[in-house]
Design a protein around this ligand. Structure first.
Ligand SMILES: NCc1[nH]cc(CCC(=O)O)c1CC(=O)O
Ligand SMILES: [Zn+2]
Ligand SMILES: [Zn+2]
Length: 297
């Protein structure tokens, strides 16, 4: 599954992201031309991230009808009905403070308000035609709230719910925050993302999301967290496990290849192979276009 950034800075935007080799922020008009050759090479699935130009306290743009993600879902599903289109659901790209939920005056999170807001956004993406909604906010209780809302709207049989279940507070998200302009303006995400060494908390989070109705369980990041992928595989029964090879992993592999530590194809292939060996059957990777080439040669 290929993560794609959609911007509303201009419909014809094609913006280079310095810290993420070969990745761009795409304007709506550019999406079809960019995706068509990848689909010809065998691309099956994408996940969309919106980069809005307007931000506010509550992330109002996240589900605005004109927001890049909703526009992109409609356009991509219309142009390529066979492509599986997931949408990342979070507020951090849309809030002025850059946190993943709605805040109190003192900067702490309002859990209930945040879950209500995130659920509204998820339903809007499902209504726009997303095949999958993937909440990455880590607010307590959001999987149950979204699943219930999808059922109520008659969308639960059309739209999968992929939970970023074990999402760690890691050093590996830097390039993404740069790409999405979503770095928190104060504080950090440690009160809602898991501490790197918290194996027990990760197990609890995975079990909780399974109980709340997740259709896919995701572990994020992938490298450094293979044990958690294996734990998820063991806990989840017949539910598929996904992992996200995040921006820092991608940048790290590129940097190592540039420094002649290994060659890019060998390093990237071994890294993703390890994720599959650990027990996941879906990998979100910025290397997807390269893999499509490498797998055909
Ligand atoms: N909802 C937060 C979010 N959405 C995507 C990523 C990171 C993805 C990547 O690094 O590739 C993150 C993590 C964060 O900023 O805390
Ligand atoms: Zn996010
Ligand atoms: Zn977020």
């Amino acid at each position: 599954m290929y993560p794609i950034f959609v911007t509303d800075s201009s419909p014809d935007a094609e913006e280079v992201i310095q810290s993420m080799p070969n990745q761009k922020r795409w304007g709506l008009n550019k999406l079809k031309g960019f995706l068509a050759p990848l689909i010809d090479k065998g691309l099956h699935s994408i996940i969309l991230f919106g980069i809005p130009s307007k931000k506010d306290e509550k992330g109002g743009m996240a589900d605005h009808p004109d927001t890049p993600v909703i526009q992109a879902i409609k356009l991509v599903k219309k142009s390529f009905p066979g492509l599986f289109v997931a949408a990342d659901v979070c507020l951090c790209e849309y809030t002025s403070h850059g946190h993943c939920g709605i805040l109190n005056e003192d900067g702490t999170l309002k859990n209930i308000e945040s879950v209500i807001r995130i659920t509204e956004v998820a339903v809007a993406y499902a209504k726009a035609g997303a095949d999958c909604v993937a909440p990455s906010d880590m607010m307590d209780g959001r999987i149950k709230a979204i699943k219930t809302a999808l059922i109520k709207e008659g969308l639960a049989n059309k739209c999968l719910l992929m939970a970023y279940a074990a999402k760690f507070s890691t050093c590996l998200y830097g390039p993404f925050r740069d790409a999405a302009g979503s770095a928190p303006s104060f504080g950090d995400r440690k009160c809602y993302q898991l501490p790197p060494n918290a194996r027990g908390l990760a197990r609890r989070a995975i079990k909780r999301d399974l109980n709340e109705g997740a259709d896919i369980i995701m572990v994020k990041p992938a490298t450094f967290y293979h044990d958690i992928i294996a734990e998820a595989r063991e806990l989840a029964g017949d539910i598929p496990i996904a992992c996200y090879q995040v921006s820092g992993e991608f940048a790290m592999i590129h940097a190592a290849a540039k420094a002649s530590v290994f060659d890019l194809r060998t390093g990237a292939t071994e890294a993703v192979g390890a994720c599959l060996r650990a027990g996941c059957s879906l990998v979100l990777s910025y290397f997807t276009p390269e893999f499509l080439d490498w797998l055909s040669t």
